[in-house]
Design a protein around this ligand. Structure first.
Ligand SMILES: Nc1ncnc2c1ncn2[C@@H]1O[C@H](COP(=O)(O)OP(=O)(O)OP(=O)(O)O)[C@@H](O)[C@H]1O
Length: 305
């Protein structure tokens, strides 16, 4: 049975429109299915948790954005349920990272027809002494988190989402954050080896390269087990940050000497000052965080890579 989880608010209503169009399709009419609309923040997680209690013969199909898939994956208590994803948000970095392309009806057909799902390793993070959670795209500390916070709170994000230019809101937010941004002093522990970083702008970890609607923030990141691709932006002038971010869409920023690209199995970040972080685009504050890859992969349907 196929269980649809749709966030009616994702992509300023785009996910809801996609689902009502899909309901008219032949593929949808022929499939054994049930659907749930998320009613509030966190509801995607609750629905996925409930479905996980009896996984046999089930496939979940998520229609929404990165926030919705983040919630569903965090709600799953088993890796036995394959997940189909039809992008209906504004950024849709998860779809990019999984190679999910095409019109919604084509993706639905791929979900039904393709026998071999994409094996996808998500990341785990644990903030301070809170419980462990998952990230599907990326987790970032410092500059990218401040940009995400500014963009999420802005009045222009909805407008740019509606005209299909969601990334523009990140560019505007970047310019706003740049004026007052203060770099962080943090200690990193990569596979147990300590690094003390003063005036550090950003530490980002991704399961795949994409962030903010297609920026290739960690250009070398590939979907793989047991490896965290990490990007550090060290001390840099504000003018140079501007130049650097113009190259981020092509992944060329990694050539700057202030950018370090690393890999580790585990990473710990800590600071005496509160650190702003973003996880799959949502932001919060912590003093420390432990990050690793989840041991059991999940199965993603709908990708044709
Ligand atoms: N019925 C609802 N009303 C309000 N918010 C909701 C509802 N259902 C889910 N949400 C919240 O909406 C948030 C945004 O969803 P999502 O990230 O999927 O869309 P988006 O922001 O348009 O896309 P993207 O993250 O790809 O840019 C989620 O974090 C989720 O908690």
């Amino acid at each position: 049975m196929y269980l649809f989880i749709i966030n009616p608010k994702a992509g300023s209503g785009r996910a809801k429109r996609i689902f009502s169009d899909l309901q008219k399709s032949k593929s949808y009419r022929q499939m054994d299915s049930k659907y749930y609309f998320t009613k509030h923040e966190g509801h995607g997680e609750e629905i996925a948790k409930e479905i996980s209690k009896d996984p046999t013969g089930k496939t979940i199909i998520v229609i929404g954005g990165d926030g919705t898939i983040h919630e569903v994956i965090n709600g799953l208590t088993t890796t036995d349920i394959p997940i189909g994803f039809i992008p209906g948000g504004s950024g849709n970095d998860f779809a990019r990272g999984c190679g999910i392309k095409g019109k919604p009806e084509q993706i639905l057909k791929q979900i039904i027809d393709y026998k071999h799902p994409l094996i996808y390793w998500i990341g785990n993070y644990r903030q301070d002494d809170k419980e462990e959670r998952d990230f599907v795209n990326s987790i970032g500390f410092g500059f990218d988190a401040e940009i995400a916070k500014k963009a999420n709170k802005s009045c222009y994000k909805n407008f740019f989402n509606m005209i299909g230019l969601g990334t523009v809101s990140y560019v505007i937010a970047l310019l706003q954050v740049l004026i007052f941004f203060k770099p962080m002093t943090v200690t990193l522990e990569l596979d147990g080896e300590k690094k003390f970083l003063q005036n550090c702008w950003m530490v980002s970890i991704g399961n795949h390269p994409y962030y903010g609607g297609g920026m290739k923030i960690i250009p070398n990141a590939v979907v793989q087990p047991n490896v965290l691709p990490i990007l550090i932006l060290h001390t840099i002038s504000k003018w140079k940050v501007l130049a650097l971010f113009m190259t981020v869409f092509f992944g060329k920023h990694a050539n700057y000497k202030e950018v370090e690209v690393l890999e580790a199995k585990t990473m710990k970040i800590a600071s005496e000052q509160p650190i702003r972080f973003q996880v799959d685009g949502q932001t919060d504050i912590c003093h420390s965080s432990m990050i690793k890859k989840q041991e059991e992969p999940i199965k993603i349907k709908g990708s044709n890579t």
